[in-house]
Ligand binder design. Structure first.
Ligand code: ADE
Length: 225
């Protein structure tokens, strides 16, 4: 999978994809992340990418021209399955959405700033608008990093134990059950007996019950779905 991220702050995104699982995904050639500096597509001398909004009001708006130039440039090289705009008024990200995106080949992510982007870019180019939650960030970069992390780890061959993503929280609309490692007793708290039993069927049943209980108490909305 190839992800082109259009941003005015490429430096901010240099690090997140160069560690741990995503680093391995890139090294294995399963994930390619290309950072595109939007300013390079501005035709003005000052490399301007934002301007005052029509109708007045505080806050700048990201201009059509540099974004359009940038997207057209990328589209000349390859065709894209989706052009995503990270925005607090988009569809809220969830695991099902991430599963769907993990099957795509090429996507562009546009990171917004200031008051957002000119509406005409949304009309002309954007195929999906995504929010990471009901709060406002200072820009779309960190949201894009979260998206790439959530999708990248789902790509076949990325996780060393291929099945492990299948048991993540949310994959079956359930939160994950509690997990334990050594020692058996810590500050008088013991690991549940069943996990020491070696009885696979009982362990799976216990984990499933715990997952349901945890979901019922913490996220009953998931069970309603
Ligand atoms: N940009 C600013 N806030 C955001 C959010 N909550 N999700 C995605 N992109 C954003």
């Amino acid at each position: 999978m190839r992800i082109d991220i259009i941003t005015v702050l490429p430096d901010l995104l240099e690090s997140p994809f160069n560690h741990s699982i995503l680093k391995r995904a890139k090294e294995k050639g399963l994930l390619e992340v290309n950072l595109v500096n939007l300013r390079e597509f501005s035709s003005s001398k000052q490399k301007q990418v934002d301007d005052y909004q029509y109708g007045g009001g505080a806050g700048m708006v990201m201009m059509c021209e540099p974004i359009s130039n940038c997207i057209e440039h990328l589209k000349k090289e390859r065709s894209y399955d989706d052009i995503i705009y990270m925005t607090p008024d988009g569809d809220v990200m969830n695991q099902k959405m991430m599963n769907t995106f993990s099957l795509k080949k090429n996507i562009i992510i546009l990171c917004g700033h200031y008051k957002g982007i000119d509406e005409r870019i949304r009309q002309l180019y954007i195929t999906k608008e995504i929010s990471i939650g009901d709060y406002v960030l200072s820009g779309g970069e960190l949201a894009a990093a979260i998206f790439v992390d959530a999708v990248g780890r789902l790509l076949p061959g990325v996780l060393s134990d291929e099945t492990s993503a299948l048991f993540d929280s949310f994959q079956d609309d359930l939160l994950s059950p509690p997990v334990y490692t050594r020692p058996e007793t810590f500050k008088e708290l013991k690991v549940p007996e069943v996990l020491l039993s070696g009885h696979e069927k009982k362990i799976n049943e216990w984990r499933h019950e715990q997952a349901i209980e945890r979901t019922r108490t913490r996220r009953p909305d998931l069970l309603d779905e």
